[in-house]
Design a protein around this ligand. Structure first.
Ligand code: HEC
Length: 161
């Protein structure tokens, strides 16, 4: 094989390896996330689920008023608002049913400022009490609370506010 062809082969093999790696990176722990589709939920019902489960004792949502919670957590985490990347349904559902999977970096920062470490999420597990229909409405409601900001570019630089 000529040197040139050998280089071509190496380049081709490297390309295949990169594509395979990228495909594998799309699945987590080998569990595929493709094909995850929720039926459409009801926004108003979702808000009611949020209140019924007292999510407002630990969370605020910009421009949404909730009835006073019986208890207020020492660290309140805002959900929704203006973000550059809106969390998708899978991420929001995971945040509710498996809070420890990814501890919100926003929360980690909040505690860091108070010189505290985060070991686990204080968020309760709702799997025993929440119905699937409630979960679907809740995720629909949560998703609607985010507004996607358009990033601004200036001569190739990425600007954030
Ligand atoms: C006892 C306090 C507490 C309660 C009650 C609670 N959460 Fe949380 N929640 C947290 C904390 C703390 C975090 C950040 C740590 C983490 O990612 O789990 C969080 C994270 C989240 C996130 C991910 C936010 C992000 O920006 O990554 C969502 C979504 C969420 N909660 C929704 C809910 C919903 C919906 C309810 C009610 C069914 C609820 N939470 C009830 C404390 C709570």
């Amino acid at each position: 094989m000529s040197i040139e062809n050998r280089f071509k082969l190496i380049r081709f093999t490297a390309l295949i390896a990169i594509i395979l790696y990228a495909l594998l990176a799309c699945t987590e722990n080998g569990k595929p996330v493709r094909g995850f589709v929720l039926p459409e939920g009801d926004l108003a019902q979702g808000e009611q689920v949020f209140i019924d489960f007292n999510c407002q004792s630990c969370h605020t949502i910009p421009d949404v008023d909730f009835p006073e919670a019986d208890f207020k957590a020492p660290f309140i985490l805002e959900i929704g608002g203006e973000v550059y990347r809106v969390k998708n349904y899978g991420e929001l559902l995971t945040a509710v049913v498996n809070p420890d999977h990814i501890i919100s970096p926003k929360y980690v920062n909040l505690l860091k400022q108070a010189k505290r470490d985060v070991i686990i999420s204080p968020m309760p597990y709702y799997g025993e009490e929440m119905t699937v229909a409630e979960l679907i409405d809740l995720v629909e409601f949560l998703h609607a609370q985010y507004t996607r900001l358009q990033p601004q570019y200036y001569r190739g630089y990425y600007l954030t506010k």
